[in-house]
Design a protein around this ligand. Structure first.
Ligand code: FE
Ligand code: MN
Length: 341
C-alpha cells in the first residue's frame, strides 16, 4: 500500500484526524478520481469558433424572435448563476470540508466555474450583447430571479460565519445546503437551459454557443456526481441525520425546485420552436430529477421518459470528438499516481 491507506474512523466532517495540508495517504479515492476526470476535461471558451453564431445573430431572417429570447434567457441565467456557484464553493463549502483530497477537487471545481463565467463574457463579447441587459436578468426576469433567490435562501445557513458542522442539527443543515447547491442548482436548475441550447444546436442554430454549453454540461455532470458522492458519504458516516422526516423535507424542496424550473422553461420558450416546446423541457426536468433523487437514495417521483435521448451523448464528448481524444491523452500522460492497494 503506497498512496492509499484506510485510516480507521476517518470521517469527512468534524474529524480531529484530518490535516488539511496532508493529502497523502488518501482516504476518499473517489474525490481524487473526480479531480483527475476534471483535469482530463480541460477546455477554454476561446477554443470554440463563434463566426457562424455572429452571422446568425446579426441576420434577421436566420433566427426568429422566440429563438433569440430563448438564447438570451439562458445566457442571462447562466451568466450570473456560474459566479453564484463559484462563490458557494469558495466561501461556504470549502470552509467546512477540510479533507484534503475533497478540497483539491473543490479547487478544481472553482476553477471550472471561473471558466464557465468566462464563457459568458466571451459570448457577450463576440455576439455584441448588451452586458447590462444580460447581467441584470437575474434581478429583472422573474423566472430567473426566483431560481436564484431559491438557491440563495436554501444555502443560507452555511454562509453564517458562526456556522459549524458539529452536532446532528448542523449536519442536517449542511446536508440540506449541499443538496440545494449540488442537486438543485447544478443538477436541476441548469438542465432545462442545457436542453434548450443543445436542441437549438441540433437545428444548426448558434452551434458555437451550443458547443460551449456542451462543454459546460460535461463539467457540471462531474460537479453533480462529486456533490452526490459527498452527500452520500456524509449520510453514510452520520446515519442518524437521515431520518424519514428529513428525507420528506428534502423531497418537498426538490419538488418545489422542479416547479420553478418548469416555469422557467415556459418563460424562456413560451410558444415552442421548430419541433421542441416547453412541455418537453418540463418532461426532461422531471426525468433528470428522478435520476438525482435516486442518486442520493430517495425514491423517484415523476416516472417520465427521457424526451431527448440524444442529449445524454453531450456529456460524453470524448467519444464523439477526435479533437478531444487527442487532448485527453495529452493531459493523461502527466503524473498519474498508481493506486496500489
Ligand atoms: Fe458551472
Ligand atoms: Mn458547477
Amino acid at each position: 500500500m503506497k498512496y492509499v491507506k484506510l485510516v480507521s474512523k476517518m470521517v469527512i466532517l468534524n474529524s480531529s484526524k484530518t490535516d488539511p495540508n496532508k493529502i497523502l495517504p488518501m482516504h476518499y479515492l473517489w474525490a481524487r478520481q473526480y479531480y483527475r476526470n476534471g483535469v482530463s476535461n480541460n477546455w477554454v471558451p476561446e477554443e470554440i469558433g463563434m463566426q457562424k453564431d455572429v452571422e446568425q445573430w446579426k441576420s434577421i431572417k436566420e433566427l426568429k424572435e422566440d429563438e433569440r429570447r430563448l438564447i438570451k434567457w439562458n445566457l442571462g441565467f447562466f451568466s450570473t448563476a456560474e459566479s453564484l456557484t463559484a462563490n458557494n464553493i469558495v466561501l461556504a463549502i470549502y470552509r467546512h470540508i477540510t479533507n484534503p483530497e475533497c478540497r483539491q477537487y473543490l479547487l478544481r471545481q472553482a476553477f471550472e466555474e471561473a471558466i464557465h463565467t468566462d464563457t459568458f463574457i466571451y459570448c457577450c463579447d463576440t455576439l455584441g450583447l448588451d452586458p447590462e441587459e444580460i447581467y441584470t436578468m437575474y434581478k429583472n426576469v422573474p423566472s430567473i430571479k426566483e431560481k436564484d433567490d431559491f438557491v440563495v435562501n436554501l444555502t443560507k445557513s452555511i454562509f453564517d460565519p458562526n456556522f459549524s458542522t458539529e452536532g446532528v442539527d448542523n449536519i442536517k443543515k449542511f446536508l440540506h445546503d449541499l443538496i440545494g447547491y449540488y442537486v438543485i442548482m447544478e443538477g436541476i436548475f441548469f438542465y432545462a437551459g442545457f436542453a434548450m441550447m443543445l436542441a437549438l444546436k441540433r437545428q444548426n442554430k448558434m452551434i458555437g454557443v451550443g458547443e460551449q454549453f456542451e462543454f459546460i454540461m460535461r463539467d457540471e455532470s462531474l460537479h453533480l456526481a462529486f456533490g452526490c458522492d459527498l452527500i452520500n458519504t456524509i449520510k453514510t458516516e452520520n446515519p442518524q441525520v437521515w431520518t424519514l422526516e428529513f428525507q420528506r423535507e428534502i423531497i418537498k424542496l426538490i419538488k418545489t425546485a422542479v416547479e420553478l424550473e418548469k416555469s422557467y422553461a415556459y418563460d424562456a420558450c413560451p410558444r415552442g420552436l421548430l419541433g421542441i416546446n416547453a412541455e418537453q423541457f418540463c418532461d426532461y426536468v422531471e426525468y433528470i430529477t428522478d435520476r438525482r433523487l435516486e442518486r442520493i437514495g430517495l425514491p423517484k417521483a415523476y416516472f417520465k421518459e427521457n424526451p431527448f435521448p440524444w442529449l445524454s451523448q453531450s456529456t460524453d464528448l470524448s467519444k464523439e470528438k477526435n479533437f478531444f481524444e487527442t487532448r485527453v491523452t495529452e493531459y493523461r500522460q502527466g503524473g498519474d499516481l498508481v493506486w496500489d492497494e
